[in-house]
Design a protein around this ligand. Structure first.
Ligand code: AMP
Ligand code: GLY
Length: 440
């Protein structure tokens, strides 16, 4: 039975007064900050949030883990929540959105069925092939022997991807056939647990990468500005992959025509293929694209906002955001106000703990002497408050310094300038974020 609040109706969209954001990273703090700025919003709860959540105007921490479906539902009912926004992929894949929707709560974020777009690379590849979406050629394999037989036949270094969620660490891009063999053996050795018991081998493609975000209500799409992430730990884009060390938006790699093509050839067919599988996808379709010599090709889909792309994008979005996300949650994007997007450049630099992305240092007090500035935002990610209220580092990616400007030089100068007012022992960040678009 469809609950009354989820039924499509001709009534105006209800106001979004009480919001619950689920997750505890920089992405969720940025979402909470942006939703708290919307005109009807009275309170934003963030579960479990982090050390910076309570410092965001209008935001409060709710000490409930993202896996605790029962308590999250109870909080929605007690706090009369109008809209839940689920940030990370794990609770989406675990069916949190389904659980809350089954009790009549409006949720932005796909159910467990739609979250397979990210949670199973084999599933996503099959969907892309069926829908004719441009993506690298691939082989889905489920045993070491099968994988090695493909490699033997292909005699080229294939990209090796764990099928399931592996916290951004499930992909190896080997340079030689021998390295590829080792990556395959490692994948089937159990290092990724269940995530590595099924594997996708993929042809290697090349070109710049860009992140595209579409908000879907199950039938319609609204596109956000494109963003470019910096996945490698080291300056010059070298070293191991990370969750993302910085970003900028909009990415000039795709102009308005290029983005319109991506909408037509990738996003709309993806939504149609989801519908064809009976999936009512209400959330973000995040397409990680590679701009190859043959055109844009999908590297991966995610079922949520990118992190740190989300921190970068939120300051560019207008006060209609809460209504637009609610409209997605209710399947009513046709009745939503148009989402205004500032014609500005946004820059984000991630501050990481010493050792990231390996063994990290934690527990260092963080000092911030930044003065409030409408064009600068410091979002917390891996931080927590100790019992005295002191903010401590507690994760690999600790802070996201974001700033806007008329051009990228100005935006990055503000972001890096802001970081001179932030300190904790062992903090590290890349000084070359945005090198693709900066002149200084
Ligand atoms: P993913 O976790 O799927 O985003 O992959 C991590 C990174 O691996 C991507 O950002 C790409 O840089 C790289 N990658 C993934 N698939 C391919 C491919 N088919 N060819 C070349 N590089 C790839
Ligand atoms: N920034 C990459 C991701 O969120 O997956």
């Amino acid at each position: 039975m469809v609950s009354p609040s989820l039924r499509t109706t001709a009534d105006p969209l209800p106001p979004v007064r009480h919001v619950l954001v689920v997750g505890g990273g920089g992405r969720e703090n940025a979402l909470a900050w942006a939703l708290a700025r919307c005109p009807d919003t009275e309170k934003v709860l963030v579960a479990p949030g982090n050390g910076g959540t309570a410092g965001l105007p209008g935001c409060t921490v709710l000490a409930i883990g993202e896996q605790d479906h029962q308590r999250l539902l109870a909080a929605c009912q007690e706090e009369a929540i109008d809209l839940v926004v689920i940030g990370p992929e794990a609770p989406l894949a675990a069916g949190l959105a389904d659980h809350l929707r089954a009790h009549g709560i409006a949720v932005f974020g796909p159910g467990g069925d739609g979250a397979q777009l990210e949670a199973s690379k084999q599933w996503a590849k099959a969907l892309m092939v069926e829908a004719g979406i441009p993506t690298a050629g691939h082989w889905s394999v489920s045993s070491l022997e099968e994988a090695l037989a493909v490699l033997e036949e292909q005699q080229q270094p294939l990209v090796v991807k764990a099928d399931g969620l592996a916290a951004g660490k499930g992909v190896t891009v080997p340079d030689t056939v021998e390295d590829c063999r080792r990556a395959i053996e490692e994948m089937f050795s159990g290092r990724f647990g269940d995530a590595g018991s099924a594997v996708v081998l993929e042809e290697r493609t090349s070109g710049p990468e860009v992140s595209v975000f579409a908000l879907s209500d199950g039938e319609r799409l609204v596109l956000l500005p494109t963003a470019q992430d910096h996945k490698r730990i080291g300056e010059g884009d070298v070293g191991p992959n990370t969750g993302g060390m910085g970003a900028y938006a909009p990415a000039p790699l795709l102009d308005a025509d290029g983005l319109a093509d991506v909408r037509r050839t990738i996003l709309e067919p993806t939504l149609a293929a989801l519908q064809g599988r009976g999936i009512n996808y209400r959330g973000v379709i995040y397409a990680g694209l590679m701009l190859t010599p043959k055109g844009p090709s999908v590297i991966e889909f995610n079922c949520r906002f990118g992190d740190p792309e989300c921190e970068t994008l939120m300051p560019l979005l207008g006060p209609e955001l809460a209504q637009v996300l609610l409209a997605c949650a209710l399947g009513r994007l046709d009745q939503a106000p148009e989402l205004s997007i500032a014609n500005r450049c946004s820059a984000c630099v991630i501050v990481a703990a010493a050792g990231y992305p390996g063994e990290i240092r934690r527990g260092d007090p963080i000092s911030v002497t930044l003065e409030a500035n409408a064009e600068q935002q410091l979002f917390h990610a891996g931080t927590r408050l100790d019992t005295d209220g002191q903010c401590l580092s507690s994760g690999g990616r600790v802070l996201a310094m974001v700033a806007q400007g008329d051009d990228f030089d100005q935006a990055f100068a503000r972001a890096y300038g802001g970081l001179e007012h932030v300190h904790f022992e062992g903090m590290t960040y890349r000084r070359d974020i945005g090198h693709q678009v900066r002149r200084s």
